[in-house]
Write a protein that binds this ligand. Sequence first.
Ligand code: URA
Length: 210
Amino acid sequence: MVKKVHVLDHPLIQHKLTIIRDKNTGPKEFRELVDEISTLMAYELTRNLALQVVTIETPIKKMNAKKLSGKKIGIVPIMRAGLGMVNGITRMIPVAKVGHIGLYRDPETLKAIEYYVKLPTDIQGRELIVVDPMLATGGSASAAIQALKDRGAVNIKFLCLIAVQEGIDAIHKDHPEVDIFTASIDQGLNDKSYIIPGFGDAGDRLFGTK
Ligand code: URA
């Protein structure tokens, strides 16, 4: 299967990404910009949603017009940094349901362990968008996607702000059918698995915990 990575290079997304990369951007502006970038990315990501023709009446006359054909969408943030992207996406897709996945890395096996999973009950019939600002090693992204598949999900996309090739390869090794949407593919990872140049710890910068 062809590897599917989509770099969303809209000028507004790229401009805002540059501001959040800057170490002098504080948590308030950082959070607002992650929110705005997520809205813009959701707009691009939903470009191919199916439409149907419905008949409506304007104040002037009857017409046939297009509406979304009822596709059900679910957004699944990986906690905690993924939470920062949710409102930006639901602004664009207000009927989307939101599930949550919490994972931690077992210090001995280095495997991602689920500590919290709460999902819409009908995930089998939904197009799911897993969100996390950073796709670094790909360990938690791949485990989150697996957690959804184990519960019956079949239609999954992954959305992040910054990815590196290692993380892209990890997802595509385990889940070759999953499309990845990112605003940038950065250089690589440092010895602490932070993205270079990246923007540091996404959770800390969103929630001001550093
Ligand atoms: N997670 C982050 O928050 N930042 C990185 O650079 C990599 C993973």
